[in-house]
Ligand binder design. Structure first.
Ligand code: ASP
Length: 306
């Protein structure tokens, strides 16, 4: 039973007119992944689906990543193979077009699981990834507005209470992307993000931390989105796969994982997508929106939702 699900990030989309474009983006990405999955590889499927989302400036990953407090795009991405527990991630990488592909190279070409900052950029260049500027005009405009709000309202002092700030300014959370696929043999999960707006320089979120924002093993895979610090503290992607190990399917496990996030950190914090090794898909969120799309064997069209 082949299956793939993608997400375009949890949060609140304030401008209603963006929603159809976001839905078209997740649909396109799930089909890009599905085409690879039919050729037999969940790793290729996850990489292609995430690349499609990274190239779409609407989403906060690759092109269109959100900016740090000091105005830079520092991106995180990870990929995990469920059958072997091979994993690769980049944290705080700059100036590359497809962080997910660099993460895959870390998995395949190094003895390490995570490369960060300048070292990750150096490795990307070694692997032939060209210099690329992922910063868009729209993100610069949003960054200026958000920074002004923070400075004028004196909220910079409260930035350490990130979740409170996000409740007040849901636009701070911006559409990270992820994909989880099962190719009949193994589950693979991948996630890519610019992180959260105005994050401190050097801040690393849940996405590249194996088990926090991204995880897969022989029973299931998961990709998280939302306030990264929540997924880090709950080791949420791994916890979600533990629920599958204890007998739940991908759907039940997704709901249980989000219940955990709500219980400890309140609503408006997290979203998750999952696939289990029976080919079931699951998704859940405690935010207003989380764009997603999935395809399973036997379906003619993807199921798309927000
Ligand atoms: N989880 C991401 C992070 O905290 C952000 C997001 O999903 O929007 O880096």
């Amino acid at each position: 039973m082949l299956a793939i699900i993608v997400h375009g990030g949890a949060g609140t989309i304030r401008k209603e007119e963006r929603i159809p474009k976001v839905l078209a983006g997740v649909r396109e990405a799930v089909m890009a992944g599905w085409n690879e999955l039919r050729n037999g590889s969940a790793v290729d499927a996850v990489e292609e689906a995430v690349k499609a989302l990274e190239d779409n400036p609407l989403f906060n990953a690759g092109t269109g990543s959100v900016l740090t407090l000091d105005g830079k795009a520092e991106m995180d991405a990870a990929i995990v193979r469920g059958s072997t527990l091979e994993a690769g991630a980049v944290a705080g990488i700059t100036n590359v077009r497809h962080p997910i592909s660099v993460a895959r190279m870390v998995m395949e070409k190094t003895d390490h699981a995570v490369l960060g900052g300048e070292g990750a950029v150096k490795f990307a260049r070694l692997m032939g990834f060209e210099e690329y500027n992922p910063v868009t005009e729209e993100r610069i405009k949003q960054w200026k507005e958000l920074r002004k709000k923070l400075v004028e309202k004196g909220e910079v002092r409260h930035w350490k209470k990130l979740s409170e700030l996000i409740k007040e300014h849901p636009e701070v959370l911006r559409s990270t992307v992820g994909a989880v696929a099962f190719d009949g043999n193994e589950v693979v999960a991948g996630t890519s993000t610019g992180g959260v707006f105005l994050k401190m320089f050097g801040r690393i979120g849940d996405t590249p931390l194996i088990g926090a924002g991204t995880y897969a093993n022989e029973v299931a895979g998961a990709s998280c989105t939302g306030l990264g610090e929540v997924a880090v503290r709950l080791v949420l992607a791994k916890s979600a796969t533990d629920f599958v190990r204890l007998g739940m399917d991908a759907r039940g496990a997704s709901e249980a994982a989000i219940n955990l996030a709500t219980k400890y950190f309140g609503p408006d914090t997290m979203g998750i997508i999952m696939v289990d090794s029976k080919g079931n898909v699951g998704f859940a969120k405690n935010t207003k929106h989380m764009s997603h799309a999935y395809m399973r064997e036997g379906m003619k069209e993807p199921e798309v939702g927000i």
